[in-house]
Ligand binder design. Sequence first.
Ligand code: HEC
Ligand code: HEC
Length: 498
Amino acid sequence: MRYRLFLSWLSPRFLAHVFHGLACALALLTGLRALAADNAPTAAQVAETEAALPDLAKITPFARQIPVVLVTRDPRKPETWTKLKDFWNEAPIESVDPATGAKITRTAVYIKVPLGLNTAPTIPVENPLTKEKVLLGKRLYFDTVISSNNKVSCASCHNPALGFTDNLKTSTGIFDQKGGMNAPTVYNSAFHPLHFWNGRADTLENQAQGPPQNPVEMHDGKGIPWYQVVTRLRANPEYVEAFAKVFGTLPTRDATAKAIAAYERLVLTGNSIVDRAELAMRTRVEEEGEGKLETSAADFSKVLKEAFAAKDREVLGALGLDSQEGKGLEKVTEIAAAIQRGKVLFSNKARCNTCHVGDNYSDGAFHNLGVGAKDGQWPADGDLGRFGAQATGHKNPSLVGAYKTPGLRQLVATAPYLHDGSEATLEGVIDLYNRGGNLNPHLSIKMRDEPAEREAAINGQTAVIPRKLLLTPEEKKDLVLFLRALQGDPAPAILSNP
Ligand code: HEC
Ligand code: HEC
């Protein structure tokens, strides 16, 4: 009896009801989900916005493409570089059209890579520089359309007028949320082998894909971030046309990241007073046919006077000098001597060059200076720095709390300093180094007093002992002045003016 009742429950009509009910519920659920998230794009729809193969017929014809050529100063043949008048120069270039094999003359942009940057940034083969691409990247960089609420652009936090930073302790992102990190400058970021304070992105293309999906920076946390960014770009016919010309595709995530990175690779700065003094020194030694390849106070005097003659506001202003009135000209000898003393300190007693080396004053490596340490401890709930970003299987325990060595070229414009923005002034940063960093168990070996630690070990104690620099107040001032003398030319209006 019971058995029969059960069977009658399974009558075809009843089953049809059940199925219909289920189907309705399912449809309703999918519908709701679709409303909640972008009309729920399928995996294939999302993939289609990620990357696409180019339609060559849409790309600007080869003869009208304007390649960007980076020209660095080659000391064996400096004329090519010297001849260039500005940072950005448009002039003819001889090319061979790959389609026809014909020799043609087209226009190129010749970039005068600023003095002091002796090598040009590496350009990835898959992302060659053209004028159209750089200008598309620039437009994207300044466009709030990248953010969910249409209020935040890359330039909000990396503002050209503020040395490509925001001058905030830590950045303010979407819906006025506070991030935990200080925004580094984009200037010369093309020279960093790894990006972000903990180095978690290995190319500018990869870096640029981060903020648009970051719920504290540019994304509202609902739906699929890049699918949404690309969908918004595709809704703008001007972007559709520009992407077609540059990439031969509709806007995609791949192309957007490439264009922004191409733009960033031209955000370069150099030609500081220090670079100019070094060139003056080399020229002097060559002309005299003798002498050490080391700058003197006289080299700094010479280039400071030239800067006055040229009314060079940026570099003189960085040193507290007024270029317009010629005020301070009488101070040149004194200031030149102080910068020279600061330069010697930087590479000797203060040992800054153990980490701040090369054209961009960075070793591209990661060190724990104790920035963020409290009471001699690395906060247990704190950010792990480079260690936290290293791939599983590649973790290096000596990099707990280690952050990337930043370049030092635009410091006057980029305060506050350090990964957490904890130092408002350069004087504050120098004081940090003078006490050997902030004590914590993971302090970089380069910041530690090894002889003192060995002595402690002999007495049976294991200790981390910070290496104090013992700088005098005068030496600290000279060092700060040297850092200020690293201030270089700002980016030209074609790159910095939205
Ligand atoms: C809300 C503020 C904010 C926005 C918007 C933002 N950034 Fe950043 N950016 C930061 C902060 C903060 C860091 C450092 C974060 C870290 O290291 O964890 C950073 C890091 C970087 C770096 C790495 C620099 C270096 O030396 O390692 C680059 C390059 C960069 N941003 C470019 C961009 C681009 C391009 C965009 C737009 C797609 C963008 N940023 C949007 C705040 C922002
Ligand atoms: C052991 C390597 C090391 C040494 C030595 C070193 N630095 Fe640094 N420097 C770094 C690292 C790493 C950071 C970022 C640290 C952080 O934020 O946690 C940094 C940050 C800075 C900053 C802040 C820049 C910015 O944009 O926020 C300045 C300025 C600076 N250093 C100057 C100096 C000077 C001057 C000296 C010599 C007195 C020096 N450094 C010695 C590695 C070093």
